[in-house]
Design a protein around this ligand. Structure first.
Ligand code: GLP
Length: 241
């Protein structure tokens, strides 16, 4: 595990973007997984700037990390909607290169199967960038998750149901989520965790220094051989740098 700390959110985002682009530099058609939410907004901006300056799009395949059950890209605040706006449309990534959970599907198990299939068809995840929830979740791998889990549907933790309201302009019933599993993520060649803000300092400290176990899902990826945490100084204040 390597911890890289930026002085502020912008610097953290720049470091993470540089790290991501370096990790993918020599890969043809890499398969990339990114998190939605507040943490990766700056990273997405840096990626857009990079490809705008390069004058060409990334040759990426893209797989979604998670989605709220009952939502798809047409729902403002959904994970897919976030990526449509932040990356997929601006970078003109064709639909054939994207696999994303449809949280409105009547066959959610099939959505899980399709995501895993897409990953194996494209040679495995080259990089999975993750955010951390206030309860230590990764994607929607909530406290108590089976560490051997692959893509699955979950009953959301109360913390997630409450904190998740921040993505929506009106109150939502957030009961279930669909997510790539811990085992799926652990197979990624490179893992990044993006953490920003003082409010995340206590959970980041636990993710880094707490006992490894499913009570705090973020501890489960700590032994990944190619794991980088990008934090800003506020989030890293409890662990030093
Ligand atoms: C959300 C998502 C995660 C995300 C995490 C942190 O609920 N399910 O994929 O990484 O929680 O989100 P944020 O960056 O907005 O704090």
């Amino acid at each position: 595990m390597q911890l890289i700390v930026g002085n502020n959110y912008d610097e953290m985002s720049a470091f993470a973007a540089a790290g991501l682009l370096a990790a993918l530099k020599d890969k043809n058609d890499p398969l990339v997984c990114l998190p939605s939410g507040s943490s990766p907004v700056g990273l997405c901006e840096k990626i857009r700037e990079h490809y705008a300056a390069a004058g060409s799009g990334p040759g990426w395949y893209f797989v979604g990390l998670d989605e709220w059950v009952g939502m798809d890209g047409s729902d403002k605040g959904s994970c897919r909607n976030f990526f449509n706006e932040q990356l997929l449309v601006p970078l003109q990534i064709p639909g054939s290169r994207i696999s994303f959970f449809n949280g409105k599907s009547a066959q959610l198990e099939l959505e899980c199967h399709k995501a895993e299939e897409f990953i194996s068809t494209h040679g495995g995840l080259d990089i999975a960038v993750l955010g951390i929830g206030m309860n230590g979740h990764l994607g929607f791998n909530e406290p108590g998750v089976d560490p051997s889990s692959r893509a699955h549907v979950v009953e959301l933790d109360e913390v997630t149901r409450n904190v998740g309201q921040k993505y929506f302009s009106e109150k939502k019933e957030l009961q279930k989520g669909i997510t790539l599993g811990i085992a799926t993520l652990m197979e990624a060649r490179t893992l990044f965790l993006l953490v920003s803000g003082k409010q995340k300092a206590p959970i980041l400290k636990k993710a880094v220094q707490g006992e490894i176990g499913n009570a705090i899902p973020a501890t489960l990826i700590r032994n990944h051989p190619n794991y980088f945490i990008y934090a800003d100084a506020d989030a890293a204040e409890g662990i030093g740098n």
